[in-house]
Each structure stands twice: as C-alpha cells, then as structure tokens.
Design a protein around this ligand. Structure first.
Ligand SMILES: [Zn+2]
Length: 481
C-alpha cells in the first residue's frame, strides 16, 4: 500500500495543523462550553469543502464534517475540551499562564487536531480520484465531564458509519487491546429542613445526615459487590455553617464495573441506599443522572492495521531541544510510572521494555498494550465501539511518566514534543483510513469481528435524559475518566 503521498502531504502541511492544535490549546474551554473551539474547527472543515452538521444530540458544540458521497463511511473522532485549573505555560517547570484557569491537561487539542489533519489528507486522496468513499470528522464535546459520545451514539449519529478511528495522546507509542470500565455518574441531592442547630435541632431534618448515612451504606455495600467494581463519591455540598441544620446537601457518585449490566445492577443497589438514607433522616432525595458509558471494545482488525502502519512510520523524531525540555520535566514526574507500563505491557515485550526504563522520551512502540485487561477508568469512546468497529492507539506526546491530567501534560501539548506526536498520529489515522477505503475486504473483516459480540447496545441513559447544561453555571462537573 503506497502511503508516500499521504504522509508527505501531512508533513508538507504540518505547520497548519500545529497552528490548529495551538489555537485549541489557547482557547482551553471545558466540557459543553467549547464554543470557540467548535466554531473554529467547523470553519476549518467548511473552508475545505466539508459538509457541516452541528448542534446535534442536544449539544451546541457537537458537530460533524463530511466529505465524499459514496463508498464506506469512515469516522475519525476528535475531542477538544480542556480541564479546569490546569493552566500552564509550555515550559518544563510549573508556571500557570493564569492561576486557576483552564488548561489542556489531557491534550485533547492534539487529539482533535490530528483528526482534522487526517480527514483533510483523505480529502486530497478523494479529490485525486485515488479512493472512493466518505470521510467524516466527529467533533465530540465534553469527553472529560459528560459522556457526549454516548449521547451521540444513542441519538443515532454513528448509525451509517462503517469504521471508526481514534487515538489518545500519552507518553508512549502503541496500540491498545484493553477495555475500560462502564460507568454511571450521578448527583444525589438531599432536601431537609433548616433549624438552629443548638436552639431547636428537633425541628430540623439534616440533609447532611442523609449524605453521610448514604455514604456509610455504600461503604458497607463494598463487601458485597464484585471486586472489580469501583464506587467513589465526593460531597459537593454539605451545609453552610455548623449552627444551621443543613437543609441541602449533595454528593456526586461514580459507579463503575467491567460490564454495562454490572453497572446497572450496582446502580440499583446504590439507589436503594440513597432512598434508605432519605427515609431514615426524613429528607427527600433527588437523583440527577449526569452521564453514563459502556465498557470499550477494541477491534483487532483495525488494531492490526494500526500496528503495521506504526511499524512503518516509526516513532517521533526527537531533537536536542525536546530532550533538554524532557530531562528537566522528567524530574517532576512520579517515579513509579514505568511499573504501570510494564504491568500492562504484553508479556513477550517485558524484557525489551526493561531496556527503556530510564528514557525520558519514548522512542519505542508497544503493540497491543494492555494485556486484554479492563482499565479501572472509563471513556465515552466506549459507546461508539458498541455501535461500529473501532480501535485506538497512542503516540508519545509528553515526557515519559507524565501524570494524567496534569500541568506537565498541558505544557507538552504546545511545544515540539506534543506537536511531533500529533503529526505522527495524523499519519497513522490517515494511512489506516486509506487502507479501509482501498480494501472492502478489510471493512468486512472488521465488521465480522464486531458482530461476534453477543450483547447489544442499549441506551445507558434514563428516559428523557438531556446533557447536564443545568450543572454548568453552578459547578464544574467532576471529570469522567
Ligand atoms: Zn483524555
């Protein structure tokens, strides 16, 4: 498969894609509020002749850009949301641009920009008559705060797609064969009655008591749930002052488990505990269902093609400036991160990996990373993977061992290291899409594997669900993954 033109085109235009990525990095907008980012990316696609749809699935910042009219539909998923509090200059030591402001601490600027580069490269191939098909960019909002892809999936936005490709910037180059936990994100708010906490507490009904009793109940539940499940909470609101019986208190729960039905079962039990706590304290409980995800299914046919193309394209070529930056930043990283990499690496690679232990920048590839494990975190890419064959990979866009959601990640996303990883990712996406366009048999193979799954996708959201815009003004939602 000659990919020469495709990758050369991406290289020749790389400064344009770096500019796109940097712009999104500068906007640094958090989930469901990515108005400037979405508008800008739409403009880029529109200027290149893509047909735009936007505001789908009740989300103002969701959009697609489609090019081509026939053949298979290949989707490339892009994200562009930032995280609160992770503002950071692109320097190797901690220095916020604006203290407390948003920052791209998960490098979704790179994630989204690589996808744009890939779809524009494919458009060139369509225009030259080298392939027939339809390429579609998905602008997926709020990965961090709200399971937007899941809601897009439930609303049928992937129904005509044949193959979906995406990636995530990390500190290493590799493809993944792990799954991720399915989850629900729910806000429990309790409403009681206020009273003077010393004067007439008997006239009050404490919402905080209800929150605490619910947590106690859930903590007793732990002994009787499957070991792989995860339930965690934070108290978002617990009252105003000790001398007032709190009439309002609220806690935010995540319920996670390896399979969707397990989350459903566990969630029902957590609801019982919430109702029990309300009954005990004579308060009222309201359940605000924020988001939900499935567990992820990685398609091995797509992964094999990623693996082949990654082997051909190699790793990012780091220069002395990158190394200087990386060596300084590496000192600020947790020292146990390589252990995780080793733990998740395929067993036949462990010996080789041992030699890379002290590297500050990744110059190796780990195919099939994950040992078929279920990662305890969650992602909304999962829901798309239940609709169409999908697989993910990562390229090195940070210094080795960069903690997730950190100033270090924000920093790397707007300098050479992130840019190089992003351009490589664009090439892997584009060359892989190209193979699916060129070979219908491959599309069929990916679909055949997809059809082997016995379970079917059912909406993980309750009836009458809407994206939680009502939460945005009062609070920043907890991150989902
Ligand atoms: Zn992310």
């Amino acid at each position: 498969m000659p990919h020469g033109n495709l990758t050369k085109w991406i290289d020749d235009n790389s400064s344009k894609f770096i500019e796109i990525s940097d712009k999104i990095w500068d906007f640094a907008e958090t989930g469901l509020q990515e108005h400037k980012s979405a508008t800008y990316l739409i403009e880029v696609l529109q200027n290149n002749g893509f047909k735009i749809e936007s505001g789908m699935a009740d989300m103002k910042t969701a959009f697609t850009g489609t090019y081509g009219t026939e053949g298979p539909v290949i989707a490339i998923l892009g994200e562009f949301d930032a995280l609160p509090g992770l503002s950071q200059e692109p320097v190797p030591h901690q220095k916020a641009i604006t203290e407390g402001a948003n920052g791209h601490g998960c490098n979704h600027n790179l994630l989204g920009a690589a996808g744009i580069a890939a779809v524009l490269a494919i458009k060139e191939e369509i225009d030259m008559g080298n392939i027939k098909g339809t390429i579609r960019y998905y602008g997926c909002p709020a990965e961090e705060t709200y399971n937007a892809k899941g809601w897009m999936a439930v609303n049928g936005l992937f129904d005509d797609v044949d193959i979906a490709l995406t990636w995530h910037p990390f500190d290493f180059n590799g493809t993944w064969d792990f799954s991720t936990n399915a989850m629900n994100s729910i806000m429990f708010s309790f409403h009681g009655k206020t009273a003077h906490a010393a004067g007439d507490p008997y006239n009050g009904r404490s919402a905080l008591d209800a929150v605490e009793l619910m947590n106690v109940g859930v903590n007793y539940l732990r002994e009787h749930m499957i070991p792989d499940a995860r339930v965690h909470y934070v108290i978002k609101s617990g009252g105003e002052a000790p001398n007032i019986v709190p009439a309002f208190a609220e806690s935010h729960y995540f319920v996670r488990a390896p399979r969707r039905y397990q989350v459903g079962e566990l969630y029902e039990r957590v609801i019982k505990i919430a109702n029990g706590a309300a009954m005990m304290t004579e308060t009222e409980v309201k359940v605000d269902f924020l988001s939900a995800t499935y567990n992820t299914r990685e398609n091995s046919v797509i992964r094999e093609i990623y693996n082949r193309n990654m082997a051909k394209l190699g790793t990012p070529v780091w220069d002395s400036e990158d190394y200087k930056f990386a060596e300084e930043m590496y000192k600020t990283h947790p020292k146990n991160s390589f252990d995780t990499l080793m733990y998740m690496a395929p067993s036949d690679m462990k010996e080789e990996l041992e030699q890379h232990k002290d590297k500050v920048l990744c110059d190796f590839i780990i195919p099939n990373y994950g040992n078929k494990m279920v990662l305890t975190g969650s992602t909304d890419v999962a829901d798309v993977s239940w609709k169409v064959p999908l697989a993910q990979f990562s390229t090195a866009c940070t210094v080795m061992g960069a903690p997730g959601h950190s100033w270090q990640v924000t920093s790397c996303g707007r300098m050479g290291i992130g840019h190089k990883g992003m351009i490589l990712a664009a090439k892997i996406l584009a060359t892989t899409a190209m193979e699916f366009f060129s070979d219908p048999e491959l599309v069929k193979r990916a679909k055949d594997e997809f059809k082997q799954e016995k379970d079917t996708y059912k909406s993980p959201f309750p009836e009458n669900h809407k994206p939680p815009y009502h939460r945005l003004t009062e609070d920043k939602l907890q991150e989902i993954s």
